[in-house]
Design a protein around this ligand. Structure first.
Ligand SMILES: *Cc1c(COP(=O)(O)O)cnc(C)c1O
Length: 401
């Protein structure tokens, strides 16, 4: 697919020192099979045209690049544009990747689909494509997240998926991912694991990135039409990092385009309760890959915290670890409270309710608007819509009279 990073990862699935495959032998076989099929089908004309058709008519692409006029006026700084991934079917960027992976599963003859989910957005996007292709779908989800994201659990069940509650550990995304990997080890021949972000063992970080690069390729085309140049800066939130890499990948070679990834600082970076491995972590191994990670002196993964379930993960994709070390992408952080404020302000200024994840990117921009000149064009990746977050903001007291 055009727009993918040509060099990365290397043959061993490494982004510099990061990435790789830290998994049992049975899974190595499945990862090799997946990589072989992916490399074959990404060049296949029929595969590409089927994917293109689904992205257009099922997902609703291309998504608009929208001028946020009142937010721009309010900030009295640079010109702000939203790349509207919130308008995708199922309400976030996740579906770009799941339609791609379900086509791969179909080509590989696998009928049993498993997935992990945190916010429920990836589970929902997977359940959606499984319904569309008549495949059986099992979604692992922490019981803590099932409580926080009840509407998504109900939607997945309506679509025919089996949602399996995970009670181990913190009963959130990390634990659901471990459980999905365990299932895959046991059922590797019949099962396709649809992974939701640019994390996990090679080739997943590459495959998920490639399926998400449609965001950046459209952004380039739309920017050239609107501004006659690429944007001056692009800002995206980083959980595992798939919406960020999706919009960044096509611009990595354009050194003049500033790229900013925003992690969740939760209750604050010094509180110990955050989800900011790039800011506060060290490299280590989680879920089959070597990457920045938050863990304590005994090597135990620290329980992350973010008000946004989609960012509440102790690790980050290996390519982001390399991009941090190389300095090509700048990474910042935003607290729960700052994200909530941006959530409300953008809802009222633009008539667009952003996801709490996305609100981190918006809050970073609002906090750092002075870094930009008046006529600069800034694109924020509006990764998803905030409908799913209404119970959370209500319980945070935002909607009280
Ligand atoms: C899942 C999710 C994220 C975080 O995942 P990435 O892989 O970092 O993109 C961000 N925004 C929304 C709306 C999500 O659903």
């Amino acid at each position: 697919m055009a727009g993918e990073s040509k060099r990365m990862p290397d043959k061993k699935g490494r982004f510099g020192p990061y990435g790789g495959r830290y998994v049992p032998e049975t899974v190595i076989y499945a990862l090799d099979e997946l990589e072989r099929c992916y490399r074959q089908f990404k060049k296949d004309r029929r595969f590409r045209s089927e994917l293109k058709g689904l992205l257009a008519d099922f997902v609703g692409r291309p998504t608009p690049l929208y001028y946020a006029e009142r937010l721009t006026a309010f900030l009295k700084g640079p010109e702000i544009y939203f790349k509207r991934e919130d308008l995708n079917h199922t309400g976030a960027h996740k579906i770009n990747n799941t339609v791609g992976q379900i086509l791969l599963a179909q080509r590989m003859g696998k009928k049993r689909i498993i997935a992990e989910t945190g916010a429920g957005q990836h589970g929902l996007a997977t359940a959606t494509v499984c319904a569309r292709f008549g495949m059986s779908c099992i979604v692992y989800m922490g019981t803590e997240d099932m409580k926080r994201q009840k509407p998504n659990v109900e939607k997945m069940r309506l679509l025919g998926a089996k949602v399996v509650p995970v009670t181990s550990g913190s009963a959130t995304l990390k634990d659901a991912t471990s459980e999905a990997l365990r299932d895959w080890v046991t059922n590797v021949r019949s099962t396709f694991y649809v992974l939701g972000s640019v994390v996990g063992p090679h080739p997943y970080p590459m495959i998920v990135r490639d399926f998400q690069t449609i965001i950046g390729r459209e952004t380039r085309r739309q920017s050239l039409r609107l501004f006659k140049t690429p944007p001056d800066a692009i800002i995206a939130c980083v959980g595992g990092g798939s919406n960020a890499l999706g919009i960044f990948a096509d611009f990595l070679k354009d050194d003049q385009v500033k790229l900013i990834g925003v992690e969740a600082a939760g209750y604050g970076l010094t509180s110990g309760q955050h989800a900011a491995p790039l800011a506060k972590g060290k490299p280590g191994v989680l879920h089959g890959a070597f990457s920045y990670l938050i863990y304590d002196d005994d090597g135990q993964v620290i329980l992350p915290h973010s008000i946004s379930a989609g960012l509440d993960y102790p690790g980050v994709g290996p390519e982001h670890s390399l991009l941090k070390d190389s300095g090509r992408v700048t990474y910042g952080t935003v607290t729960d409270a700052e994200a909530l404020r941006a959530f409300e302000q953008v809802s009222r200024l633009e008539g667009i309710i952003p996801a709490l994840e996305t609100s981190h990117a918006l809050a970073w921009l609002m906090k750092h608007k002075r870094k930009f000149k008046k006529n600069e064009k800034i694109v924020v990746c509006l990764s998803g819509r905030g409908d799913k977050d209404m119970p959370i903001v209500a319980s945070a007291g935002m909607l009280d009279e």
